[in-house]
Ligand binder design. Structure first.
Ligand code: NAP
Length: 341
């Protein structure tokens, strides 16, 4: 590929799209030209980039002429419909949606885990589910050292994982309650304030992320096992996950209990995690130091802590991993993939 690339962002006005622009800026990506694409609603909007402004264009099937890399972040149906036009025009697509993740001929990549898989791409490379990517940042180095067999995990997922409208919903609900000057035991808002999620998200925890499957798990919950197997090249990996949406604006946290094939100690795990790329070890509970959503928000690195011997597994560890899902779970990971190209 040529040195200075023509990059398009599809979904540039969205929560992830905006972070993609910031990430390209921050990492000094070798950019020849940037094209911003979104729906007709946003056409003509000007977004700040590198001290100037770039105008948003309406996404059409003709948008990809001359594009080298197209970063897609506008939902699965847009990816399904428009990625073929991008690849036909000669672009490599890095897709944030779940549209192609499990396709056999589409590499699913976390650069710190399986960056080499981009080599086999046939024009589309998929970015993993955000909760999975953040969890693997800690689980993969442990797997390399001790061989993970299965995990039980619960996620605490930020509203920005749902996109710009969900951010606005939590903001509005919180302001509405504060404005009313009601007391702490009177926080339920009227149904007119609930649009994006099935229930009020402010002051609540929703054990419901994505749609339910016949098994009782949600689609989001099964991504950890299915995508984890593909990314780690570990077909027997098992994961039982409960995904929970919490009233946090930015950054997902995941409580993980993992079982390993080999014996594992806390000291050995700390040693492994302390030198893992893209991961900070924040683990001194006596000093109240552990990963916090507020601390990882806006940061490229994920953080791991609360590492302890799991009391229910023989070769088990429990830990808490947090990361900015707009970055490592989406924009940063996508730009890292583009850098590998
Ligand atoms: P979002 O904030 O709702 O943004 C959606 C983007 O898609 C906007 O730019 C929107 O443009 C554009 N769009 C919608 N309909 C379109 C159409 N018909 N034609 C062209 N563009 C259209 O959503 P998001 O959170 O950024 O997520 C985007 C994608 O990334 C989703 O597939 C999501 O699953 C995935 N993802 C998100 C996260 C996360 O943390 N948010 C993490 C991993 C993956 P307008 O402004 O013009 O409507």
């Amino acid at each position: 590929m040529s040195k200075n690339l023509h990059v398009a962002i599809v979904g540039a006005t969205g929560a992830v799209g905006i972070e993609m622009m910031r990430t390209l800026e921050k990492r000094k990506f070798p950019l020849g030209k940037l094209t911003l694409l979104a729906s007709a609603r946003s056409a003509g909007k000007r977004l700040p980039f590198l001290g100037g402004e770039v105008e948003v264009q309406e996404l059409t099937e003709h948008s990809f002429k001359g594009i080298d890399v197209a970063l897609f972040s506008a939902g699965g149906s847009i990816s399904k419909n428009f990625a073929p036009f991008a690849t036909q025009a000669g672009a490599v697509v890095v897709d944030n949606s779940s549209a192609f993740r499990m396709d056999a001929d589409v590499p699913l990549v976390v650069p710190e885990v399986n960056g080499a898989d981009v080599q086999g791409n046939r024009g589309i490379i998929a970015n993993p589910n955000c909760t999975t990517a953040i969890t693997l940042m800690a689980l993969w180095p442990l797997h390399q050292a001790f061989g993970v067999t299965r995990v039980f995990a619960s996620s605490y997922q930020a509203v920005s994982g749902t996109g710009a409208q969900a951010i606005e919903e939590l903001e509005k609900q919180t302001r509405e309650w504060a404005k009313s000057e009601r007391k702490w035991d009177d926080v339920r808002l009227g149904g007119e304030h609930v649009r994006v999620y099935p229930h009020q998200i402010a002051f609540n925890a929703l054990p419901h992320v994505d749609s339910f499957l016949e098994s009782g798990y949600t689609k989001e919950e099964m991504k950890m096992e299915n995508e984890g197997r593909k990314i780690m090249h570990h077909p027997s990996f098992r994961a039982s996950v409960t995904c929970v949406r919490v009233p946090v604006f930015r950054a997902h946290s995941v409580a993980v209990s993992a079982e390993f094939a080999k014996p594992v100690t806390v000291a050995a795990a700390r040693e492994v995690l302390g030198r893992a790329p893209g991961l900070d070890l924040v683990d001194d509970p006596t000093l109240k130091k552990y990963p916090l959503a507020l601390d990882v928000a806006g940061k490229d690195h994920c953080a791991v802590g609360r590492i302890r011997q799991d009391c229910a597994f023989d070769n088990g560890l429990s830990f808490w991993v947090a990361g900015d899902q707009l970055l490592k779970g989406a924009a940063l990971n996508a730009v890292q993939i583009a850098e590998l190209l």
